[in-house]
Design a protein around this ligand. Structure first.
Ligand code: HEM
Length: 457
């Protein structure tokens, strides 16, 4: 390991102790449901069908409580955030990419969050919009030239390039990593270790198998930061904005803290945005008339003078409807696991200390009590219904409460620009009858084998 690599995995600060999960009693009890895992969308769908809006079960030996109703989601994420910590997810992320916002808890988390939040402010994102448009145009022109692309892989490449541009601006041309193969392996490791009951392998064994990947991402991040530091262009980047922050205890500092945050932004921002783009493209393949409407919207706004603001772009009726609806049906983070750090009663459901609490936007977003015709792709539903006016806890593709996604605006901006740019060409030639999920990963995306065929303009 290089010194830089060691700096990325700098020791985790003392964090709030996590209680062990209540374990299954030795004797057979008919009233206790035991599942063997792994935890998949299919298992949660079955539990929702058999047990209703909550399900208590042992997965392997640990007590799990799945909470599906919007009211429960709000109780956990928004009303009692200090009583439910991230637990395994937090340690998996710090093992994967180092110590950063997503994996911090308590006061450390709040102080970093304040600074990162300031860097993601709408006015700051305005400066990045032309660059994001440029990246989308360049990559999507290459897609059209090829005529036939692997949708998941190419969406990831686009999201990767776009995020790098925002984080570092134009200063990183020579830094390279085979991000696609790295991301696939890392997602696999994250899934195995971020959710208990996924595998009987110990976390240490899982991460030992991914040592080379951890090292590769550490070196990559170091190279990116070095290239950014030595740049003479003086352009403002998200990294320079974060570094200029003033919170003294905040670990967004040159050195180890910055490495962790950058690695985390890459992990958190690329996979999610590319998943939204892949699903939206596939879903639109079934609605040619919507594609045509989106093209009209794209022609009117991309290249408009004066340029639209970030707030206007992310609120475009058709693009935002398509993106919200794609995230409703296929929320990239389909599983938000937590650990209860004290006994709780949530609307009559007893949650003992240490219980593994499972929230799933995928299941809640398909609740017929919340959304009519829940399995259909109907972006129209968002024209009169804005996410903020829904019952709290019913639509949470970005999470909620004090840990809500700090990159929501950037993620929405990126997805909007990518989708509009794609819509400016002819509609896809592919029909997409197969909507199989790849949910062996932390994020759901279409199967890697899905191909997008585009007409050459
Ligand atoms: C469409 C795109 C995105 C989606 C759907 C998404 C989704 C989410 C969700 C659901 C969470 C909460 C996880 C939990 O509570 O367990 C989260 C947190 C987070 N996201 Fe995003 N995200 C997206 C884009 C981004 C981008 C572009 C970035 C940064 C570049 C980012 C950075 C983060 C960070 C740092 C957190 C942790 C926040 C905290 O714990 O305080 N995300 N995201």
């Amino acid at each position: 390991m290089t010194t830089e690599t060691q700096r990325l995995f700098y020791p985790r600060p003392a964090s709030i102790p996590l209680p062990p999960a209540p374990v299954r009693p030795d004797e057979e009890r008919r009233d206790i449901v035991v599942e063997t895992g792994p935890l998949t969308v299919e298992l949660l769908q079955r539990l929702r069908q058999e047990s209703g809006t909550s399900a208590t079960f042992f997965l392997d030996d640990a007590l799990h409580v799945a909470l599906f109703a919007p009211e429960y989601v709000t109780q956990v994420l928004a009303k009692n955030p200090k009583k439910f910590l991230k637990g395994a997810q937090e340690s998996a992320f710090s093992a994967a990419v180092g110590w950063g916002l997503l994996s911090q808890e308590g006061e450390d988390h709040l102080s970093t969050r304040r600074q990162v939040h300031a860097g993601m402010h709408g006015d700051i994102l305005e400066e990045f919009t032309p660059d994001i448009v440029h990246v989308a145009r360049t990559v999507i022109a290459e897609w059209r030239e090829k005529g036939d692309i692997a949708l998941v892989r190419e969406s990831r490449r686009l999201a990767h390039q776009s995020l790098l541009r925002t984080l570092f601006r134009g200063n990183i041309a020579d830094v390279d990593l085979d991000y696609e193969s790295y991301a696939t392996r890392m997602n696999d490791a994250l899934m195995k270790s971020a959710v208990e009951g996924q595998t009987r392998q110990s976390r240490q064994d899982i991460w030992a198998a991914y040592a080379a990947d951890r090292s590769a991402i550490a070196d990559y991040v170091s190279d990116l930061i070095r290239a950014h530091d030595t740049s003479t262009q003086g352009e403002k980047s998200l990294i320079s904005i974060l570094l200029a922050g003033e919170a003294p205890s905040c670990p967004v500092q040159p050195g180890a803290g910055l490495h962790g945050q950058v690695a985390l932004f890459l992990q958190a921002g690329i996979e999610t945005t590319s998943s939204v783009l892949s699903w939206a493209t596939m879903l639109l393949g079934r609605r040619p008339e919507l594609w045509a409407a989106l093209k009209v919207e794209a022609d009117a706004v991309l290249g408009a003078s004066p340029a639209l603001s970030v707030a206007e772009l992310v609120a475009l009726p058709i693009a935002s409807g398509v993106i919200n609806e794609a995230m409703r049906l296929f929320p990239p983070l389909w599983l938000l696991p937590r650990i209860a750090v004290e006994d709780m009663d949530i609307s009559g459901i007893l949650i003992p200390t240490g219980a593994r609490v499972i929230l799933s936007p995928f299941i809640t977003h398909r609740d017929p009590d919340v959304f009519s015709r829940p399995r259909e792709f109907l972006p129209e539903r968002w024209i009169d219904q804005k996410p903020a006016s829904l019952t709290p806890g019913s639509f949470f593709p970005f999470g909620a409460g004090s840990r809500v996604c700090v990159g929501e605006r950037l993620g929405r901006l990126n997805a909007t620009i990518m989708l509009l740019t794609l819509a400016q060409g002819s509609p896809p030639l592919s029909k997409f009858s197969d909507f199989a999920l790849d949910n062996t990963m932390m994020l759901i995306s279409p199967k890697p084998s899905v191909r997008l065929r585009l007409a050459r303009d």
